[in-house]
Design a protein around this ligand. Structure first.
Ligand SMILES: *Cc1c(COP(=O)(O)O)cnc(C)c1O
Length: 410
């Protein structure tokens, strides 16, 4: 008898965002006269840079001419984009990442989820708590997670990220109980979604040394690297000596340049990264060649334009606008006497619900009394309980208005 992948049945529903949407819809139906402001989900609101749109238009025209038409492209992306990424994203940081170590993709979410294909189902996994749900759910589907109880999977090691550790876990925060065995795969995300915390070089170096010593692989999500404002903070894990023998890095044009709907990102698999007698680069190339036929030529030309003079100027403007929203939100909440984190090197603001309220209780107050949609921290993991996440990706007027409404109900 045919058996389905029963891991799909083990996965709890997409409770968090579905429940947020359900409660927001109920509020809207009950109070049609009140305008909801949505600072919940992490989608951008500013349009694509003009330079990217123009580049995609001319790339589309090339496709109409037999002389310049392009069919299937390279599995790892066109050289022009991989070279532009190295020149603009890695060389200025002093990283010696090569174009031949980059895989252009349709976004970081796919690669973060698919990377598990190159590892055994027996690998053990460590994640932050709270966490971007993709890392966990992809491992559930791959059969690596064990049994689900009380918001956690039995074979996943959760590292609590709390105000006490500045929301940045250290190897010593790995839970005991696994014997002394180090996790095989360690997911790190900096600047972090949802907490907005950004790791220092010293903090990342602890993980790089740990992974090299124990043979673990770090899966480093740098989707928010462009939001770093404080000098000295690493934008790539390859700024840390030794990372090329233990880390894979995921990046995206989504938050950087508004590509959430256009779809483009990249993943770095260093040639020096070997495990089990194989180069992980070769395994990932084989995986992509088997299951992916490359990112659209037109989109790759659009992404390349992010690095043109005009594109770079527009991107700086967008990121500056979101960071300004983050500042307005952050300062507003601080002046209301709340305990606030993030929002400096990140478009996310993470704050503690006042009066010891739970995440969902305060979510409901913000929704019903201020008509502001947020995301309850508890939805990202047990250690998120008591916190709320706000995004700075909304419109400026909405960020200002939301904060004044929130202050008025406190
Ligand atoms: C938004 C986001 C991404 C980017 O996803 P894309 O698929 O490139 O749009 C990756 N990681 C985190 C943590 C994110 O929040």
């Amino acid at each position: 008898m045919l058996k389905i992948n029963e891991n799909f049945l083990a996965l709890p529903g997409d409770y968090l965002f579905a429940e947020v949407a359900r409660r927001a819809a109920r509020q809207e139906a009950a109070h049609p006269d009140k305008r909801l402001i949505r600072l919940g989900i992490g989608d951008v609101t500013l349009p694509l840079p003009r330079a990217c749109v123009e580049a995609m238009k001319s790339a589309a025209e090339e496709q109409a001419d037999a002389e310049t038409f392009r069919g299937y492209g390279p599995y790892d992306g066109y050289g022009f984009l991989r070279e532009a990424i190295v020149k603009n994203e890695y060389a200025p940081l002093g990283c010696n990442t090569a174009p031949g170590e980059i895989f252009v993709s349709d976004g970081a979410k796919s690669d973060c989820g698919n990377i598990g294909d190159i590892f055994s189902a027996e690998c053990t996994v460590a994640v932050c708590d709270p966490v971007y749900p993709v890392y966990v759910d992809a491992n559930v589907l791959a059969g690596r997670a064990g049994k689900y109880a009380d918001g956690k999977w039995s074979r996943i090691a959760y590292m609590p990220c709390t105000a006490e550790n500045g929301f940045i876990p250290k190897p010593e925060d790995l839970p005991a109980g696994n014997g002394d065995a180090a996790p095989d795969l360690i997911y790190l995300c900096s600047p972090n979604n949802p907490t907005g915390a950004a790791a220092t070089k010293e903090e990342l170096a602890l993980w790089v040394d740990y992974a090299n010593m124990h043979g673990s692989v770090i899966l480093f999500d740098a989707a928010y690297r462009d939001f770093i404002t404080e000098s000295g903070l690493p934008r790539s894990i390859y700024e840390i000596p030794g990372a090329e023998t233990c880390a894979i890095e995921f990046c995206s044009f989504s938050k950087k340049a508004g590509f959430t709907g256009t779809r483009c990102g990249w993943t770095v698999v260093p040639h020096a990264l070997e495990r089990g007698g194989a180069r992980l680069y070769d395994l990932w190339m084989r995986r992509q060649a088997t299951k992916y036929n490359g990112t659209s030529y037109i989109i790759q030309r659009g992404a390349e334009a992010v690095y043109s003079e005009e594109g770079a100027r527009e991107v700086r403007g967008h990121i500056g606008a979101y960071l300004n929203n983050a500042r307005v939100i952050r300062e507003g909440l601080v002046s209301a006497g709340l305990e606030v984190y993030g929002g400096v090197n990140s478009p996310y603001i993470w704050f503690r619900a006042p009066g010891g309220l739970g995440s969902w209780e305060f979510f409901d107050r913000l929704l019903e009394e201020a008509n502001v949609v947020t995301t309850p921290g508890a939805g990202f993991g047990p250690s998120g309980e008591g916190f709320i996440r706000l995004t700075a990706f909304g419109r400026m007027e909405d960020s200002v208005e939301a904060i004044s409404r929130i202050k008025s109900i406190l």
